[in-house]
Design a protein around this ligand. Structure first.
Ligand SMILES: NC(=O)c1ccc[n+]([C@@H]2O[C@H](COP(=O)([O-])OP(=O)(O)OC[C@H]3O[C@@H](n4cnc5c(N)ncnc54)[C@H](OP(=O)(O)O)[C@@H]3O)[C@@H](O)[C@H]2O)c1
Length: 325
């Protein structure tokens, strides 16, 4: 089968299209014929060598949509439409940059939808992360306003859609003035050009601070994000787009304002139920939940898609079509 294999960390050109053996079927694991998959920033981190736990050579790709070829004793029949995500896929074992993948049954979700493979592929990981961050991390059902720091990311765009659906006022950020209009068009109530010192801008221009912040940039902006929320508010760190995991000099009493809560989200497939995922897909299908997604590439152009990610020009989830028959 065709698969993109990475043997050494580096640029997009280090992903090589190869013919490798199709995985053997295995009890408790599902063999899936991949029809499409979304690209994830975590794969980009792995590609550039910033995921030390991933050993090369590896077929990357932490999610896919496709159909069951063999369910390894699981309850799904051949041809069932499924998604699979996380659980070590594309990290501890080969993932979705491939014609077929073999994954443990606990990360397989059957789905019923008439969305195209490309539209469906944009959603699973994005919905799982965003649902977990907003509902488990940030408890948005008790809030009225949210700031998404790293708004133009695919997770940021999905967070905007889910938070608007839940009735919140949503502020979004980008480092780039040119992307502001895209954020407004996607439904943001307020947009901010992030200069790293957003709390000052917010204090000057807004009557109140936000009640919630979804932190997708990470340790580089986290201390400032803590100053963007009002007392009783929550900051949830879900992403590290700024490529810094650790706070060098953290003084909890000084750095966390009184009454502000700090949490994180490091999701797994089990953090969203099959029913919840299906509910979201139904909302998307009925046009009640509109998530702005990015461009779609053919399988053989995956290197170009990684280049686009390098350049931060996608403005939403990038999707790759599976190998065409
Ligand atoms: N915790 C979890 O379970 C989980 C799951 C999925 C993803 N994540 C994390 O969530 C984050 C978003 O993932 P994604 O796939 O949605 O990302 P993505 O779509 O690839 O994000 C692209 C955006 O990142 C921003 N960006 C890139 N480099 C940056 C930097 N050095 N500083 C600030 N902003 C930068 C750019 O925004 P501008 O150019 O507009 O500023 C760009 O539009 C990532 O850190 C990812 O690892 C976490």
């Amino acid at each position: 089968m065709k698969a993109w294999v990475i043997r050494t960390e580096g640029g997009p050109e280090n992903l090589k299209l190869e013919d490798i053996s199709k995985p053997d079927t295995r009890q408790g694991w599902s063999l899936i014929r991949i029809h499409a998959f979304g690209l994830n920033r975590s794969e980009w981190f792995t590609r550039i060598g910033e995921s030390p736990s991933v050993k090369f050579p590896r077929v990357l790709g932490i999610e896919c949509v496709g159909e069951i070829v063999d369910a390894g004793g699981g309850p799904w029949s051949k041809g069932t439409k499924v998604t699979a995500l996380m659980g070590g896929m594309g990290r501890q074992f080969d993932g979705s940059y491939s014609e077929y993948t073999l994954v443990p049954n606990n990360i397989v979700f059957p789905v019923q939808t008439s969305l195209t493979w490309e539209k469906l592929a944009a959603l699973p990981e994005m919905l799982q992360t965003t649902h977990g961050s907003l509902h488990v991390g940030l408890e948005i059902d008790r809030a009225e306003s949210l700031l998404v720091r790293g708004g133009t990311s695919s997770i940021g765009m999905a967070a905007l859609a889910l938070a608007k659906y839940a009735g919140l006022k949503v502020g979004m950020t980008s480092r780039s003035q040119e992307k502001i209009k895209d954020l407004l068009a996607a439904g943001a109530d307020e947009v901010w050009v992030d200069d790293g010192n957003l709390s000052e801008q917010i204090d000057k221009k807004r009557e109140t601070k936000y009640q919630r912040v979804l932190e997708l940039i990470g340790a580089t902006t986290l201390l400032d994000s803590l100053k963007c929320v009002s007392r009783g508010g929550i900051v949830c760190m879900t992403g590290i787009l700024g490529r810094k995991w650790i706070l060098d000099d953290f003084h909890p009493i000084g750095d966390i304002p009184t009454g502000v809560k700090l949490t994180s989200y490091s999701g797994e497939a089990a953090d969203i139920t099959q029913q919840k995922l299906q509910d979201y897909l139904d909302l998307v299908e009925k046009g009640k939940l509109s998530i702005k997604t990015g461009p779609v590439f053919n399988f053989e152009n995956l290197v170009d898609a990684h280049r686009l990610m390098d350049e931060n020009r996608a403005s939403g989830k990038i999707v790759i079509r599976g190998v065409q028959d």
